[in-house]
Ligand binder design. Sequence first.
Ligand code: IFM
Length: 434
Amino acid sequence: MRRGDRILWGVATSAFQIEGSLDADGRGKSIWDDFPSDAGETGAIACDHYRRWRGDVDLIAELGANAYRFSIAWPRLLPEGGGRVERRGVDHYSRLIDALLERGIAPVVTLFHWDLPATLDWRERDTAYRFAEYAQLCFDAYSDRVDWWLTINEPWIVGLLGFLHGLHAPGIKGDVRAEVTVFHHLLLAHGLATETYRGDGDIGIALNLCPHYAASDDPADVEATHASDEYVNRWFLDPLYGRGYPEGMRARYEEIVGELDFIEDGDLRTIAAPTGYLGINYYAPRVMQAVPGDAPWPWRVIVPGEWPTTAGFTGGIVSTEAGTPIFPRGLTDLLVRAHRDYGARVMVTENGAVYPEPLHDRRRIEFLRDHVDAVRDAVGQGVDVLGYCHWSLMDNFEWKLGYAQRFGLVHVDYDTQERTIKDSGRYYKELIAG
Ligand code: IFM
């Protein structure tokens, strides 16, 4: 690996999930500010990180991490989405970056982790160009110190939950055309920013990828598995690596929404702008069953209790407290595939689990151990893995699911904002040291 050939052992967060201080230092509004969780919570205070960031940097150092993946809040730098620059916002992240570097922690900077300025809308093509300008501002301000850049976090989730399921801001339901339009504009934004990057670090995108397995040998299930893989994984990977959108999925979209006429000449070339690495966020596999005639897609994801052994699983799959099936081998499969099919150098930019125990979180230790082993297996199979960033540094605002879902290596008492390293945090420290 470059820059000292050290493996990056990181912890990850995003701005809106931890910062709070939504009105501080001239920050503009984001689309998430007034989009509460199911329980009515907001990011208004979150982990109060915007004010407590110095202590949190010490915490990262105490965990022994040598990388910190965080995101910049676009509305702090450009309160209106574009145009006027808010220096206080620019300076805030500059200080954060300096403090990390002073402690030997490499900043891994995400430019867009969902807190879109409220003036903008990903259905509009123009937002991709606004993003490129914002990215340029960040490159100018921080490229002298930041080697690892990520443009967009999880474009699939942005379109799926924001425009199809209505669970994430802006909360639109059932609009398949909006979903696929947003996917395209996010990829275009990534490509435009990547094209403008002139620094000597590496730039990539963070995709949440799901390894796919058929629920049975039935050809219909196998077909549904390929189709869903095109929807979740290849819709992003193929154009990013210069292959254009997968034909099967494109035809399925066109059947529902008509011609994808928002794809303009030259867009696919821009989207395929060469990147230095691929960020992979891994949480869960998808085990697929065909459901002919179901809308919008003729398939469904089998829930863990129903997983049949024919898909190669031996049964006994356990889930996190959030009901997410735990399947470390899926991470190996993903990494190997990214390497084999796309020639990608990869960084695990997120991987983590919800467990409620405030301090003695034995199950998170096992989760961490097994997933790091899965990364080792991939390395053993020749994959160039640059690093592993655990989600998350600390408990935080889990979007629609609010504060109840705790992902942290560090416990946050939301009444006092006291941070306490959990057993898993101590385990991670030993693992990194080892
Ligand atoms: O908290 C989220 C994060 O913002 C994006 N990836 C998945 C995490 C856990 O759900």
